[in-house]
Design a protein around this ligand. Sequence first.
Ligand code: ADE
Length: 302
Amino acid sequence: MTAAGGDGRRISTVLIIIAMQTEALPLVNKFQLSEDTDGSLFPTGVPWIRYHGLYKELHINLVWPGKDSVLGVDSVGMISASLVTYASIQALNPDLIINVGTAGGSRAKGACVGDVYLASNVAFHDRRIPIPVFDMYGIGSRRTFSTPNLLKELNLKVGKLSTGDSLDMSPQDEASILANDATIKDMEACLDVRRTYACNEIFCTVFPYENYGDGKQWFKEMGRPASQLTSDPCFRDKGAAVAYVADLLSVPAIFVKAVTDIVDGAKPTSEFLQNLVTVTAALDQAVSQKNLVAKLISRLTE
Ligand code: ADE
């Protein structure tokens, strides 16, 4: 595999998804993006906002879910993130999604305020469904798109990311985050989870239930021809692995998250508000740095 698309495509169009205006605007300025004003991209009435522009050779689209129309606060959380991501992919056909945002960090796992992480895995921590197989579905653990060489060039930490719809952390969430082995905790990384691509080995997710064991049953259920099972290196190499994916849209995604608060510390929520602006500056610097853009333009995975 040579480029981010997993099919040899070079990256030409990047979709950056950001939940909060404070996080988005510095990047809009840095990349000199302009706001889409014709309103034809998204359904009428939604608050979603797209900024776009050409930066070096990249078509950059930054989409922000906007403000809640009643309460006027940023539309954070998994529902908005999923909806804008879906709609943006349909409209823009990006080669790569970058979800940029802030996160809570685990001190026990070595996170400090201001650290910027690239997520190696994503999983949910507040979708508890204690019924066999549904439990795994609820956790929805996935590996993200692997970019070892990007990582080598950038000064980022790597850690597992756990996603939920709350800023604070209930004891049950805490137990799930621990079980997910997560270093960072956010509210948006759900966005690629149903969309990773079966044929891309980097996205392969082991689904270790017996009835899915060799992939045949899963392929049957998905209505896919059995011939794909053997022709697809993902399945060939992994043997019993089955990627639990909706491969309809097949766009790779990476997650860049800066730590605003320590979740196993004394005051995570107030720390989040206090640190949002300064930590966002570090985050935006990481995302707009020369090496990252250069890697995107050349070959992300080399
Ligand atoms: N974003 C920043 N801090 C967070 C936290 N503690 N939980 C979820 N998302 C966050």
